[in-house]
Design a protein around this ligand. Structure first.
Ligand code: NAP
Length: 276
């Protein structure tokens, strides 16, 4: 495993995403991921699986202190008061006293940012979230969070894979001592059909998905959280620490980015930074 240093906390650069996993399938996938060696698990209130993730963590027998656990506050709970209450509920479902990282899941412009940040910081100060961050924020929004409110956020979780450039956000995060968490890192499975990723994979005996995850993590200051339901996929995605891409290959993969590469774009999305 490779680690990212976030204000002194080592974070496993490869995590396990759980969106769309619920019930027994989720519990088993989380257990399988932990058995495989993953120590970073990503969930969210809106995934409706925090209890199942909690059950998987408990069943695995892995010590809580060895796991980096992230959850996210949904958009209808970001007000001062409801946010803190919702985190208590998340902790109950997850069967733990704290999460390692708590994120605001999406920007909610209708609620003053100052109020959201105040609530987030309160949970942080209470020790219920060891680290705090945001998700789906633009550079301008990140700047507000840091410069206006001085909030010690460590990451912005955004869609990032070879078909979508996140240069502007990544440059900003790096410049401010933070890291990027790449969601939908496999472009929801679409990387498997790309000829360049297949061609590079053949050189190393790796799949296009493994090449993609390697490319993300090898950039530094980037964590990736692929989701996989099957034990074979869970294992496959973990086998990315025994090879390295050349600088030329890294650049070739960067060049796959295209203006219409974004997959996740719901109606409540912010005005995204222009893809470089
Ligand atoms: N913050 C946000 O707004 C946000 C938004 C989206 C996602 N996320 C987080 O990011 C995580 C990952 O993103 P995602 O679930 O959207 O997409 P993803 O990880 O890019 O792709 C998941 C898809 O890829 C398939 N897959 C996984 N490993 C594979 C392998 N080795 N070979 C072939 N196919 C493979 C999975 O199939 P199987 O399941 O059948 O294995 C699934 O269909 C989510 O689970 C969630 O935790 C956050």
């Amino acid at each position: 495993m490779e680690f990212i240093n976030a204000r002194g906390t080592p974070i496993p650069a490869l995590g396990f995403g759980t969106y769309e996993l619920t019930g027994t399938a989720c519990r088993k996938a989380v257990t399988a991921a932990l058995e495989t060696g993953y120590r970073h698990i990503d969930t969210a209130q809106i995934y409706n699986n925090e209890s199942d993730v909690g059950a998987g963590l408990a069943e695995s027998g892995v010590k809580r202190g060895d796991i980096f656990l992230t959850t996210k506050v949904w958009m209808d709970r970001v007000n001062d008061g409801p946010l803190q209450k919702s985190v208590d509920e998340s902790l109950k479902h997850l069967k733990t006293d704290y999460v390692d990282l708590l994120l605001l899941h999406w920007p909610v412009p209708e609620v003053p940012l100052a109020e959201q940040i105040k609530a987030l910081r309160e949970v942080h100060s209470a020790g219920k979230a060891r680290l705090i961050g945001v998700s789906n924020y633009t550079v301008a929004m990140l700047r507000d969070v840091i410069e206006e409110f001085g909030a010690p956020i460590v990451t912005n979780q955004v869609e990032y894979h070879p078909f979508l450039s996140q240069k502007a956000i990544l440059d900003f995060l790096r410049g401010n001592g933070m890291f990027l968490t790449a969601y939908s890192p496999l472009a929801r499975g679409a990387v498997r059909d790309n000829s360049l990723l297949n061609e590079i994979g053949k050189r190393y005996g790796k799949t296009p998905g493994q090449v993609t995850l390697r490319w993300l993590i090898q950039q530094g200051s980037v964590a990736a959280i692929p989701k996989a339901g099957s034990p074979a996929h869970i294992k496959n995605n973990f086998e990315i620490f025994d090879f390295s891409l050349s600088p030329y290959e890294m650049e070739k993969i960067h060049a796959l980015a295209r203006p219409d590469g974004r997959l996740i774009n719901p109606g409540w999305s912010p005005h995204w930074d222009r893809a470089a």
